[in-house]
Structures are given as C-alpha cells and as structure tokens.
Design a protein around this ligand. Structure first.
Ligand SMILES: [Zn+2]
Length: 240
C-alpha cells in the first residue's frame, strides 16, 4: 500500500522520568490545504462542510478531552486510522541489536500496544508481523537520540486525514548515558502509540499524553480523548 502521502507529523516524547518539557514537532501545511473544497464545489457544499466542521468543533469544545488543545497546537486536522477492528493494524516490532536492548524492553513495548487495545471503543487492534515489508507500523530501536529524548512517533496521513503509516523510534538510553528502564520504556511506548493513533498532546500534566508526563498509565481523560477522536470523521476542522 503506497498512498500519496501529503503529511508527515513528527511528534516527540521525552523520558518522563526525568521531567523534561521540550517537544519537537512539525507538520506539512499541504495536508491542511488539501482539505479545502475546490472552487467547483459550489456554495451549498461549502456551507455543508462548514456546518459539519462547526458541529465537530462544538463536540470537541463541549467534551472533557484535550482534542481541542491538541488541534490548537497543531494543524487543525483530525487524524486517525480507519476501523481496524477486523483487519488489524500490522506492526513490526523487531529484536533490537543496539546496546542496552533487552527482551524486557521489547515486552514493555508489546504490552503498551495491548494496553491501548484494552481501552475499548477505539476500533484499532494490532497484529505483530515478522516481515517489515508487510507492516504499516515499524518500531525502530536506537541506542540514544542526539538530544534528551527517548521516544519518537512519525505518522503519515492521506489528504482526508486517514493515517496510513507509522514509525515508532524507541531509545535504550538517554543521551547522557543512563539506561531506559522497563517501566520507562512502557510509558514512553504508551505515549508514542497515543501519537500513532492520532492523539496530540494534553495540556494537563496529569495525563499520559502530556509532553513530559509523570504518570505511568493512561488516564480517564486520555481514554476519553482517544474515544472521541475515533467517534469523529478525520480531516480539517477549520472553516473552508
Ligand atoms: Zn508526545
């Protein structure tokens, strides 16, 4: 599957245990522009798109989630996977070859995928595959990032906001040489899989999706945010 990729979002998490607060990010504004109706669409079509987006914005504003915050921080495009409850999202989670890698860390990442599956009402399940060429999501182990960061998620989406591919990079060390514990790897993976599912950052330090969170597990607000994301159509929420 090689759809035309119009957007690449880079979201970064830091090793929460160290309480860092930097966040890297970029987005391609082409993705936003591609959501604009064409000039041929007609005014009634524009009006209906406008009404739909207004209702989506209202639903987000009235919810106790951080989708609104994440949209305001990003490119105003909701991104998510299609319903993958019967056709699982394929994940290549390889054995690492970098120093500091252990089966414990791999187990932690696998557990983080399973944790997201257990949230419920998110129509995405994962299937681990042996062949990276068959996988839509790749996990890559590295020894460390050049900056203080231990995880990164890169996702790609099509012009309609449907996610089509993901890459999770997990480090075995912080850039100062400290090793990443199993618990820290679990938390980092949980956060990055949140991005992989389409979530942005939370504005509340008590949530797992806060950039430098100190919590170990998903919070009710993390779960509500993900569920609402998967109850809404993807795409821009801006007025055309
Ligand atoms: Zn993040």
């Amino acid at each position: 599957m090689r759809p035309s990729l119009v957007g690449v979002l880079v979201v970064v998490t830091l090793l929460m245990a160290f309480g860092l607060s930097r966040r890297g990010g970029q987005s391609n504004s082409e993705a936003g522009r591609s959501q604009q109706p064409s000039a041929q669409s007609g005014s009634s079509n524009v009006a209906s798109v406008r009404a739909l987006r207004r209702s989506i914005r209202r639903r987000i504003a009235e919810s106790d989630t951080y989708l609104g915050f994440a949209l305001s921080e990003g490119d105003s495009i909701l991104k998510r996977w299609r319903n993958r409850s019967t056709e699982p999202l394929t994940v290549f989670l390889p054995v690492g070859t970098v120093p500091g890698y252990s089966e414990d860390l791999r187990g932690a990442v696998r557990e983080a995928f399973t944790r997201w599956e257990r949230v419920g009402a998110i129509p995405v399940v994962f299937q681990f595959v042996r062949d990276s060429a068959q996988a839509e999501v790749l996990v890559n182990w590295i020894e460390s990032f050049p900056i203080r960061r231990t995880g990164q998620a890169d996702v790609m989406w099509d012009p309609d906001g449907w996610l089509v591919r993901g890459l999770l990079t997990i480090a075995t060390h912080v850039n100062d040489g400290r090793t990443v514990s199993r618990d820290a790897a679990y938390t980092v993976a949980l956060h990055e899989i949140g991005h992989l599912l389409g979530l942005g950052h939370s504005d509340d330090p008590d949530d797992l999706m806060y950039p430098a969170t100190s919590v170990y597990d998903l919070t009710p607000r993390d779960r509500r945010s993900a569920r609402l994301l998967y109850a809404l159509p993807p795409g821009s929420v801006r007025d055309p």
